[in-house]
Design a protein around this ligand. Structure first.
Ligand SMILES: [Zn+2]
Length: 148
């Protein structure tokens, strides 16, 4: 087997089939393209939800197609704007360091946005905020709401 060198990456030395420098470049380009596509989709989704300028996801449970809201009020406003299907489920949340955990009711609006596809918008029910009469909550009247 003849060893090769790469003119663009002379410091990569001699290699069998693939220049490590070129492989790293390709990897970096793919990463950047993925990040850009995700950011573009995220901006499109937020605009379609009526939330232009809404901060990008920083929670690991969020993606471009899964958007977290501050409370049932913001989520209800989105639901009134774009419609969709409202579901609830019990989830376990924990403090940042995981010292304590608790059960919460996660409310999700699943909506099919034109030209974008299925998107989920969610929040946890906060009993203290109230809002059982919100259109969002009226759409899921039998939900068991945990007072988290
Ligand atoms: Zn190379």
């Amino acid at each position: 087997m003849r060893l090769q060198t790469c003119r663009r990456h002379p410091r990569a030395g001699r290699f069998m089939a693939t220049c490590p420098g070129c492989a790293q470049e390709l990897h970096d380009i793919e990463q950047a393209n993925r990040a850009r596509a995700e950011a573009e989709l995220s901006a499109k989704v937020r605009t379609a939800l009526g939330l232009p300028g809404y901060p990008a996801a920083d929670d690991e449970s969020e993606t471009a197609r899964r958007v977290g809201m501050w409370s049932q009020y913001e989520l209800s406003a989105v639901y009134e704007r774009v419609g969709g299907t409202v579901t609830t489920r019990t989830v376990q949340r924990s403090t940042y360091g995981g010292e304590s955990t608790w059960d919460a009711t996660e409310i999700t609006v699943t909506v099919d946005l034109p030209g974008i596809g299925t998107v989920e918008v969610f929040t946890d029910w906060y009993e203290e905020y109230g809002g059982r009469d919100l259109p969002l909550m009226q759409a899921t009247p039998d939900a068991e709401l945990i007072a988290a």
